[in-house]
Each structure stands twice: as C-alpha cells, then as structure tokens.
Write a protein that binds this ligand. Sequence first.
Ligand code: 5GP
Ligand code: ZN
Length: 117
Amino acid sequence: MSDNCLFCKIARGEIPSKKVYEDEEFFAFHDINPAAPVHLLLIPKHHVVSLHDVVPEDAGWLGRMLTLAPKLAAENGCTPGPDGGFRVVANTGTEGGQEIAHLHLHIIGGPRPWAKR
Ligand code: 5GP
Ligand code: ZN
C-alpha cells in the first residue's frame, strides 16, 4: 500500500471509479479516458510500481491477474472468441509510456476501428 498512489486510493475506494470487478487481490475499473469502446484497467490491490519490479515469486498473482483479463473483457463488451478479442497492455517505465506508477493492465477492445496505443 502506498499512501500517495492514485490507484491504491482507487482500490481502497478513497477515490471514486467505475468499478467492474473486485476480489481480495485485484480491482478493475473503467479507464477515465477510454482509447476504445471497452477500456478497463486491472490492478493488484497491493502496491507494485511496474513490471520492472516483479520477481519470480510474483508469478502466482501475476498469472491469476492475467487469467482475469478474458473474463473481464467478455463481461464488459468485448466479443468473445477468435473473431472478437481484446488487447492487454502493460505500459512499463517512462520509455514504456507509463504515467501511473502502480502496475496495471489495460484491457482494450470492442468493435474496431480504434487507435492502437
Ligand atoms: P499508463 O499510461 O500509466 O499506462 O495509463 C494510465 C491510465 O490511467 C490512462 O489510460 C489514464 O486515462 C488512466 N487514469 C488516470 N487517472 C485516472 C483516474 O483518476 N481514474 C481512472 N479511472 N483512470 C485514470
Ligand atoms: Zn499503488
């Protein structure tokens, strides 16, 4: 937990968000500035800055987080199956375009066309 982290505050409910999912480990919500018809952010509730910081011992929760992506995509408007689909993006570090320093997966989809990011 990090007191001054925006996404920690969102996960704790201290800053409002359009929540789509929550369990003991994870929190997912709509991106405030969607880049596509479906644009969710999926975060671990514990504070991790980015993929730069993960170690092999994190494989368990990272795997569980990734397996949530197709479920959340399907539940929130992405067409399931090979003709549908979605993108998962984890911007990492400054050159990776990361703006919020709490690890997050962008889940992006919906009917094309929409811009790549
Ligand atoms: P990054 O560039 O760090 O990968 O992406 C951060 C994302 O967080 C951006 O897509 C941005 O629109 C989103 N974002 C920033 N502040 C807020 C906020 O207060 N609420 C929500 N729901 N999304 C936010
Ligand atoms: Zn945080």
